[in-house]
Design a protein around this ligand. Structure first.
Ligand code: KG4
Ligand code: ZN
Length: 344
């Protein structure tokens, strides 16, 4: 089965073709980072308009690069949520219309299910069941994954998502959007021990997270050490970045180990933008090896938004007999636990 995948839920236009026999045939991504940089964050209307401009050229490009004709395709998968409503509508309308025009099924894909399954595109994929830590700009969730669509939420952030906290802390240090990777790079030059930031909600049982206090703590520390221009000196900024990253990573590691212990599973999958964080990967690998568990994550470029994860998730959903009807329906808010379970 060969599936065209379309991702337009936020600020990246992603297109890919996945073949269940031969694997990922090709993919392309256009990031809108430069477009939103002047505003310090994603401007939804600009995002939608840019998806309109970039999506079809990217589809043509991937089809040409992979020598795929419409008649070679068995379906079109598009992200239907969660995400920005206008941005989602662009991918959903285009995906639905292409499938209709080509006389093949279309399938609506859940963006976070896409992230969750992305490590399965790798050479040594994880097998069900496992615990997944989904860490993106909009979500921080621990999920028990028993099979495709068989998800139980174990814990989640009660306020900011981990990626959102990274982005906000980065802004306090005057780093450009998107702040997460920039803060991580600055942290490499810092001393994580100079400041000790709190590890929120780790001193009580449970698997929920809260990152908004950490944001306030960062702001207080920045202000306390600020020079005349409102920012601490370069080394102090790096030390604050390192202390912040260490606190987020430590908190995530503590909760992941707890989730692995609770589930009794030996596999942890991490996915979503923050799973690209090097320190998080290192710390999870060392932490979980003590529990005899292994960590799986996608290759770097598939940690953040991309079309490949949507094409792959769509192929599994289509194989399970799902397809969307002719109405174009998007769901900006869409709990993953509402997805249909498939037979195993
Ligand atoms: O999954 P994603 O591309 O989009 C959403 O679905 O939200 O995640 C984007 C988030 C942003 O908050 C970004 O700052 C964060 O992932 N991120 C990182 C790193 N790379 C991306 N955060 C920390 N360290 C990184 N290396
Ligand atoms: Zn995402």
């Amino acid at each position: 089965m060969r599936v065209l995948g379309i991702e337009t839920s936020c600020d990246e236009t992603g297109v890919a073709i996945y073949d269940s026999e031969s694997g990922l045939l090709g993919h392309a991504l256009f990031s809108q980072v430069d477009l939103h940089a002047d505003y310090g964050g994603v401007v939804p209307e600009l995002a939608s308009r840019d998806h309109v401009r970039k999506l079809l050229p990217l589809v043509r490009q991937v089809m040409a690069k992979t020598h795929t004709r419409p008649s070679d395709l068995d379906g079109v998968a598009y992200t239907a949520g969660p995400g920005l409503v206008g941005a989602l509508m662009v991918g959903a309308c285009a995906g639905r219309a292409l499938a209709y025009g080509w006389g093949i099924p279309a399938v609506a894909v859940h963006h976070m299910e896409g992230h969750l399954l992305a490590p399965m595109l790798e050479e040594n994929p994880p097998a069900f069941p496992f615990v997944a830590l989904l860490v993106s700009g909009g979500h921080t969730q621990l999920v028990e994954v028993r099979g495709l669509g068989d998800y139980e939420l174990m814990g989640e952030s009660l306020d900011d998502a981990a990626g959102e906290a990274f982005d906000k802390a980065a802004k306090m240090l005057d780093l450009d959007y998107p702040g997460g990777p920039r803060l991580a790079a600055l942290a490499e030059k810092g001393d994580p021990k100079r400041f000790t930031f709190p590890r929120p909600m780790t001193d009580r049982p449970g698997l929920d997270f809260s990152f908004s206090g950490l944001k306030t703590y960062t702001l207080t520390t920045v202000r306390k050490h600020a020079l005349e221009d409102g920012l601490p000196d370069e080394q102090s900024c790096a030390d604050i970045a390192a202390a912040f990253q260490e606190a987020v990573v430590d908190t995530l590691v503590i909760k992941c180990r707890r989730a692995i212990e609770t589930s009794g599973y030996k596999t942890l999958v991490i996915a979503g933008g923050v799973s690209a964080n090097k320190r998080l990967r290192e710390r999870l690998e060392t932490g979980l090896s003590k529990d005899g568990a292994s960590v799986y994550y996608p290759r770097h470029e598939f940690c953040t938004d991309n079309g490949a994860m949507i094409a792959y998730a769509g192929s599994l959903r289509l194989k399970a007999g799902e397809q969307s009807d002719l109405a174009v329906d998007v769901r900006p808010r869409w709990p993953m636990t509402e997805l249909p379970k498939t037979e195993r």
